[in-house]
Ligand binder design. Structure first.
Ligand code: FES
Length: 151
């Protein structure tokens, strides 16, 4: 009996592995996980769409909405919170008329909140793409983001 259970377990590991691989392909191809693409795979592989979405929402690497060209990340860890990161996030949201996890209509910017990025000594920290900006003020980060519009 145990060998049967192990077979079943292996099968489910494989299925999850497949789902993750498919999701990674979608993310790489489309920049997010389109519902239509999930339904397409769900139908062909007879895997409920809910399993794809359940996996996609479990892992932070997957996005369910289209991402902007530039990803703006505001650290919301404790040190950054104490140093005013909520105000920075609020100012970005107000300036670009987006909420956290949303993308501007021109698809240039997506705002995300992240947990501690390991640069607490220079809190508050904001990432613009891969560039880490420490001890930032709203005015400086807004200026930097607006400059990206002109590039
Ligand atoms: S809390 Fe923001 S870098 Fe650590």
């Amino acid at each position: 009996m145990e060998s049967d259970l192990n077979k079943m377990l292996e099968h489910y590991y494989e299925m999850d592995g497949n789902i993750i691989s498919i999701l990674q392909d979608m993310e790489e191809t489309f920049g997010f996980i389109p519902e239509d693409a999930v339904n397409w795979f769900s139908h062909r592989l007879s895997i409920p769409a809910a399993r794809f979405f359940g996996t996609a929402t479990f892992y932070g690497q997957f996005h369910l909405t289209k991402q902007g060209k530039h990803i703006i990340k505001v650290c919301r860890g404790t040190a950054c919170h104490v140093k005013g990161s909520q105000k920075i996030s609020d100012d970005i949201q107000r300036e670009f008329s987006i909420g956290v996890g949303q993308t501007t209509k021109d698809e240039l910017f997506t705002l995300e909140h992240v947990a501690c990025v390991g640069a607490c000594s220079v809190a508050p920290v904001t990432l613009v793409g891969k560039e880490v900006n420490g001890k930032v003020k709203s005015s400086a980060i807004l200026k930097k983001i607006k400059q990206l519009r002109e590039v």
